[in-house]
Design a protein around this ligand. Sequence first.
Ligand SMILES: Nc1nc2c(ncn2[C@@H]2O[C@H](COP(=O)(O)OP(=O)(O)OP(=O)(O)O)[C@@H](O)[C@H]2O)c(=O)[nH]1
Length: 320
Amino acid sequence: MTEPDERPKILIVDDTRTNIDLLIEIFRADFRVSAATGAARALKLARAEQPPDIILLDILMPEMDGYQVCAALKQDERTKGIPIIFVTAVSEVMDAARGFAAGAVDYITKPFYPPVVMARVKLHLDLKRKYELLESYAFLDALTEIGNRRRFDLVLKSEWERAHRSRQPLSLIYLDIDHFKPFNDTYGHGAGDDCLRRLAGALSATLRRSGDFIARYGGEEFMILLPYTDPEQARTLAQKLLDAVDRLAIPHAASPVADHVTVSMGLVTLDPVAGGDPLRMVAAADQALYTAKRSGRHQVQVARFDQMPHDDSAPRVDFS
Ligand SMILES: Nc1nc2c(ncn2[C@@H]2O[C@H](COP(=O)(O)OP(=O)(O)OP(=O)(O)O)[C@@H](O)[C@H]2O)c(=O)[nH]1
């Protein structure tokens, strides 16, 4: 089996073939290089399934100039994180200021001095990697190493929009550990932390579909988002999550519910009707969770969340 090519991808955009050839020569050993001689092809390559890690972009091109291409890439969610370095002739240096305003990170001048071109590209790739690493930490819960609340908010918003667009159901489970305060009081905060870590691991391992998403929402609360999942499928999965926590069998002598740690869940499924606010979905799941707690804990309660026809501002939440 051949090893996957891990070299960074660079896209070179220039309407002059000789410039492209010169730049390919500089990068071909250490990079996977693709090239475009016009804006349309450049945008297509940038939006490909495996987008480039960095783009070298000529300013003066027919059809759409470099500034316009840069602005289009920066406006597109899929491509806005790709660093863009403008390629400009010495006489166009003033125009590079416009490039920065359009969102470029740097510029290089023609004629090329290969070591400088390479150093600039490597510098910006390195900065991009560091930025992505920092960003991933900002969305990670440090204790359990699953997504945090900030990440959940973003994923909920995009899945909510996707559910409306595709008219597919979206389910949400709000999960809370039962009697966690007495657990901490009995076994200590360190054991409480360990319990949270083990629960996060067991819950994550129970999710099988690639779009399923779990986050730690608060102290002892987790959110599980299930795209393309109808109420019946979500109910089955919620039961599996309940069982997975039971199977951990973490002793909890202070719980009146069981001799081990248990959880309660509120489940809601969005009917893909246009409009509304994703936070109402959270509110509906929260109410169902409250019902689960009131009804003796260690169980799943299902809320039905649908919106009043013709009245976007008044979603109806009722329990079945
Ligand atoms: N060890 C540990 N405990 C935490 C953490 N975050 C929150 N908690 C504890 O979780 C407990 C939650 O307590 P409550 O909200 O009273 O709920 P509960 O005791 O689980 O009771 P019910 O939810 O009604 O079943 C509090 O004692 C918090 O201190 C954490 O990161 N680590």
